[in-house]
Design a protein around this ligand. Structure first.
Ligand code: CTP
Length: 395
């Protein structure tokens, strides 16, 4: 196999020191690292350290005659299999989201035709600032993947989300993206978790889905080399390495996020979508009044699985639905397969001990051509088996 190559952009943040360790891990795994060090990055780590660990020269100037004569910035931006930005500072994220091209790092990100993975690192308030939120959403919509940031104590003395992911986690995310697995080059869309349907600004209708199985499937697909978009309801699961996660609340938001993530080669709908929502979400908090408790009128939510499975130019080749059943599992699954128009139904037998909210799952795969019964296995193992089955079907 040809040597895999990463172009590593090191931005200006205290976390830049972790980029050195990341470089070491990548080299140890036999991956070529070509470093781009921003001017601010060079305030935190020296070109010499980076160059010594990368065993390559460091590129830093857009208008350097030497840099340009050795390798023009356009060629540089395409000379790798993957571009990694670590640390991705608020400034670098803003530049990339805006498409600015004022320095070598920003120009590289604008000129590349290769996948980009960012490991953000910044103060918690900068991370939570609406401007960074907007930039993050824009970059995700542009197909950029993210790893981290983590929550923890920061160099600035504050505590919160914004600390760069550890080098080992960034390494895993890189390996997932570079993976020559059977899903390489494929885009898989996964829905997971519950949806929350607003009744008023403080109350929602929701369910107890943990998102565990859906997140495990997103992780497995990424490990097999797919680009994965995970549309997730409110859950407390960590984002799997290298996966692009879009957080939503309601079923309608989930549908819109899925539709804007298309085209996809496969869609796996694991989310426990609320079947109904209140017909009206009140703009102000409902108060107890003389009239007694309010009467809720519910209206049906869109069916995301059925919508994605409907015939059309954008229909993913493989559309997979889930079903939780307590009795006549196969019969109900068959009916659901026809009703939703999907290719397979993964039916859980929720009467099996340990399935609901547990670590294991017992499933059968129902398709037009037959039924496969899988042994009870940990959710991660079920996820990997399903990811491999999807890869076989797409091959
Ligand atoms: N689903 C969806 N959008 C909805 C409802 C369900 O995408 N609005 C998907 C789920 O993600 C899952 C499958 O459809 O893949 C489950 O179908 P559903 O009819 O909701 O199953 P149950 O909740 O088991 O319903 P039933 O009462 O028919 O058994």
């Amino acid at each position: 196999m040809a040597e895999q190559r990463v172009l590593l952009i090191v931005g200006g943040g205290v976390a830049a020191y972790k980029a050195l360790e990341l470089t070491r891990l990548l080299r140890k795994a036999g991956i070529a690292v070509r470093p781009v060090l921003t001017r601010a990055g060079a305030e935190f780590v020296t070109p010499l350290s980076l160059s010594a660990l990368a065993e390559d020269r460091v590129y830093s100037e857009l208008f350097s005659l030497t840099d340009e004569s050795e390798m023009g910035h356009i060629q540089l931006s395409r000379s790798a299999d993957l571009i990694v930005v670590a640390p991705a500072t608020a400034d670098l994220m803003a530049k990339a989201a805006q498409g600015l091209a004022g320095d070598l790092a920003a120009t590289t990100l604008l000129a590349t035709d290769k996948p980009v993975l960012m490991a953000p690192a910044m103060n918690v308030r900068m991370w939570e600032h609406p401007a960074t939120r907007r930039n993050l959403a824009t970059l995700k919509a542009d197909g950029v993947s993210f790893v981290g940031p983590d929550e923890g104590a920061m160099a600035c003395g504050e505590f919160g989300e914004g600390r760069m992911a550890e080098p080992a986690a960034i390494f895993d995310a890189i390996m997932a993206r570079l993976n020559d697995g059977p899903l390489k080059g494929r885009h898989v869309l996964v829905t997971a978790g519950p949806t929350a349907e607003a009744l008023d600004p403080v109350r929602v209708l929701t369910n107890r889905s943990s998102g565990a199985q859906g997140f495990a499937i997103a992780d497995a697909c990424a490990r097999l080399g797919a680009r994965v978009t995970l549309v997730a309801g409110p859950v407390s699961q960590p984002t799997p390495a290298g996966v692009t996660r879009i957080d939503i609340q309601s079923a309608r938001e989930m549908l819109a996020a899925c539709q804007s993530a298309l085209p996809a080669d496969a869609a796996v709908c694991v989310a426990a979508v609320a079947d109904w929502r209140p017909d009206e979400a009140f703009g102000v908090k409902l108060k107890k009044g003389k009239g007694g408790p309010p009467v809720l009128t519910l209206v049906e939510n869109p069916d995301i699985l059925a919508t994605l499975a409907a015939k059309g130019a954008d229909r993913p080749k493989v559309v997979v639905g889930f079903a939780a059943e307590t009795n006549d599992v196969e019969m109900h699954a068959r009916a659901k397969l026809t009703r939703k128009g999907c290719d397979w139904i993964v039916a859980n037998d929720v009467t099996q001990p340990g399935v609901m909210g547990g670590a294991d799952n017992t499933v059968m795969i129902v398709s037009k051509t037959g039924v496969e019964r899988w042994e009870t296995a940990p959710k991660a193992a079920v996820a990997m088996k399903l990811a491999r089955k999807i890869a076989e079907d797409l091959a």
